[in-house]
Write a protein that binds this ligand. Structure first.
Ligand code: X5A
Ligand code: ZN
Length: 652
């Protein structure tokens, strides 16, 4: 449905007129650098360009006092000395004669973006604005921020569009205390911020930036930090600051631009994909431009580039997450798991397959899968970052092209098949692949898979007769591994057993959802029952599947909906949408031939980058669901450190 980019070049006018080392980083080039890079990448051209308008007095009045608005209005006619004197009354602020105009455009840009999304003109978008907004308060400018753009947008979405649940995610490196103050007693606006804190020693140096600030009055539990699905927002606003990225002089942190693609993609599963991002901080021009591109390209539906770096959460991060969970637990059922008794780690984790996991000397867990055989020469998978985007984003390879499928215009229904001889050779070891229908399906799957491995196609869906599902999946894995995939993640739903002759070399992570009981047969062979409740399904994805998947860093993902998978369309869609964060979105979904065209359609659209349907407010996980999760976590945490992120108990 499209992505809006809201901008006005007048917003480059405001600038620092005197010497102030703290404020000089907030400069006009921030916008031009970001915009130039979006153009260079052809991303701006793919967006609906909207020219920002000024917010009205009434709109500013949604969150600011009339006195403050007129104070800012008066700065238009002040001389430099007076501007400087007024600026000194606030923390980290400069005024310029154009500040009022720019700040009204910045707030107006956010309003236009929200209107465009909520009227259905676009699916999502980014407002490229300055001055930023999230530190600004009812009657105070603060931290380069004059009007609180995101807060005004949220108030407007409530007032003009009648929304009742708005999620604000603030990924700027600084705490947006302005937004927190404005909504701390309002349960209809959930404000989530992550920020550098340093126990109060990082700007803005506030006690109330800590995890135990949880809102007040009616708003208890609606401030700060929590997993996002239970709230089921109708709209997601992002205070999109990029000052935590590598090179930023303010944040001095190490996030890669790719992180923002993943954050964006994770948020896109909420609110039917209605995500409005508005620029806040970000002061390293190169990193800012790159990060803005990552955000916009993800909003446009492009798959996120793989994350690099060790997939091991650091102790201090775990402590922060744990204290936020603890502080929020009284207010969120999804965080209350006291009833379930964790099962202690048994020493038999690896015994069934009789081998310890391969570990690189001195390397973090995620490297465990690295001692793979030499990759196929010249495979695109060797250097995923250097290769051009696949020409086809998503391909549907059903046995008989289905005319009732509702697909985006650029999703291709594949005609081609692998050569008959080759298909037969792959099928030979499998009895269940002898039938003509199974062979036809396999031919199509192999053709699709080759397209993905060669880098022409990014993702796809294929179908197979139910009786041939296991064998087809087996062939797909072998083909993937022998044709350049170095690490292959296989998420098998329903009754699908790990292929018996699959090598135990750490190149395949087999994850079965729908097994009889929770079992970690090795660190690369995990089985869990299909959760009973939606809440359990979410915990399973967020607490097990994604931590394992991100820890493994596959370069190819197979999702197979096998016999008796029992998954509803929206659940299957959510799982696929989240797995798209792996392997640069190289995900192949394997369905049973008699799946409904609706299921095929929904999966194709999600793999193509559309938002999955909302699941509604999620139920709690059942005690069995929790038990299974806790058990597996206990078994696997020593090897898969990413699991610690979802742990409910304090870390040792
Ligand atoms: C929007 C933003 C930061 C102010 C830092 C002052 N403000 N040292 O990133
Ligand atoms: Zn910031």
């Amino acid at each position: 449905m499209g992505t809006a980019l809201v901008y006005h070049e007048d917003m480059t006018a405001t600038r620092l007129l005197w010497d102030d080392p703290e404020c000089e980083i907030e400069r006009p080039e921030r916008l031009t650098a970001a915009l130039d890079r979006l153009r260079q990448r052809g991303l701006e051209q793919r967006c609906l360009r909207l020219s920002a308008r000024e917010a009205s007095k009434e709109e500013l009045g949604l969150v600011h006092s009339p006195e403050y608005v007129s104070l800012v209005r008066k700065t238009q006619v002040l001389g430099e000395e007076e501007l400087q004197a007024l600026s000194r009354q606030f923390d980290a602020i400069y005024f310029h004669p154009s500040t009022f105009h720019c700040a009204r455009l910045a707030a107006g840009a956010g309003l236009q973006l929200v209107d465009a999304v909520l009227t259905g003109t676009v699916q999502n978008g980014l407002a490229l604005v300055r001055p930023p907004g999230h530190h600004s308060q009812r009657a105070a400018a603060n931290g380069f921020c004059v009007f609180n753009n995101v807060a005004i947008a949220a108030a407007h979405a409530k007032q003009k569009h009648g929304l009742h649940r708005i999620l604000i995610v603030d990924w700027d490196v600084h705490h947006g205390q302005g937004i927190q103050y404005l909504f701390e007693d309002d349960p209809s606006v959930l404000y989530f911020s992550w920020h550098r804190y340093e126990h109060g020693r990082f700007w803005p140096f506030l006690r109330e930036s800590d995890a135990d600030a949880v809102g007040r009055g009616q708003g208890l539990g609606f401030t700060v930090n929590l997993p996002w699905n239970q709230f089921d927002p109708e709209l997601v606003l992002v205070s999109a600051g990029f000052d935590s990225v590598i090179g930023d002089p303010e944040g001095q942190m190490q996030a890669t631009p790719e992180c923002f693609a993943h954050l964006t993609q994770l948020l896109q599963v909420l609110a039917g994909g209605r995500v409005c991002a508005m620029l806040e901080g970000g002061y390293h021009l190169e990193s800012l431009a790159e990060s803005v591109c990552m955000t916009v390209q993800t909003l446009l539906g492009d798959p996120a580039p793989p994350l690099s770096g060790p997939m091991v959460p650091c102790q201090s991060a775990l402590e922060s997450i744990q204290s936020a969970r603890a502080a929020q637990a009284p207010y969120w059922k999804s965080l209350q798991l006291q009833d379930a008794t964790p099962v202690p780690t048994s020493p038999s984790t690896h015994s069934p397959e009789g081998r310890p996991p391969p570990l690189l000397p001195g390397g973090p867990m995620c490297k465990a899968a690295a001692p793979a055989p030499a990759p196929a020469p010249s495979s695109f998978l060797d250097q995923p970052c250097l290769c051009p985007a696949p020409s086809v984003r998503t391909t549907v390879a059903l046995t008989a092209p289905d005319t009732t499928l509702v697909l985006p215009p650029d999703v291709i229904q594949q005609e081609g098949s692998a050569l008959r001889e080759e298909t037969e050779a792959w099928a030979r070891p499998h009895k269940s692949l002898a039938r003509e229908e199974a062979l036809t399906a396999l031919g199509k799957l192999l053709y699709l898979l080759d397209g993905m491995l060669d880098g022409q196609v990014n993702s796809g869906i294929a179908a197979t007769p139910a009786s041939a599902a296991a064998a087809t999946l087996d062939v797909a894995i072998q083909r993937g591994l022998s044709h350049g995939a170095q690490r292959l993640l296989c998420v098998a739903l329903g009754q699908l057993d790990r292929p018996p002759d699959l090598a135990h070399d750490g190149r395949t992570l087999w994850l079965n959802i729908g097994g009889k009981e929770a079992a970690a047969l090795s660190m690369f062979h995990v089985s869990t029952p299909l959760p009973v409740m939606t809440g359990g399904f979410l915990s399973c994805i967020l607490g097990l599947v994604l931590p394992l998947a991100y820890g493994f860093q596959p370069d190819l993902v197979l999702v197979a909906l096998g016999p008796g998978h029992g998954l509803q369309g929206p659940h299957a869609a959510l799982l696929s949408a989240m797995l798209r964060g792996l392997a640069g979105g190289r995900v192949l979904a394997l369905l049973e031939e008699d799946s409904t065209p609706q299921l095929a359609g929904i999966l194709a659209r999600v793999l193509h980058g559309e938002a999955p349907p909302s699941l509604g407010p999620s139920s709690m996980a059942s005690p069995e669901d929790v038990q299974a999760l806790m058990y597996l976590r206990g078994q696997l945490e020593p090897q898969w450190k990413m699991l610690q992120v979802g742990a409910f108990t304090p870390q040792k």
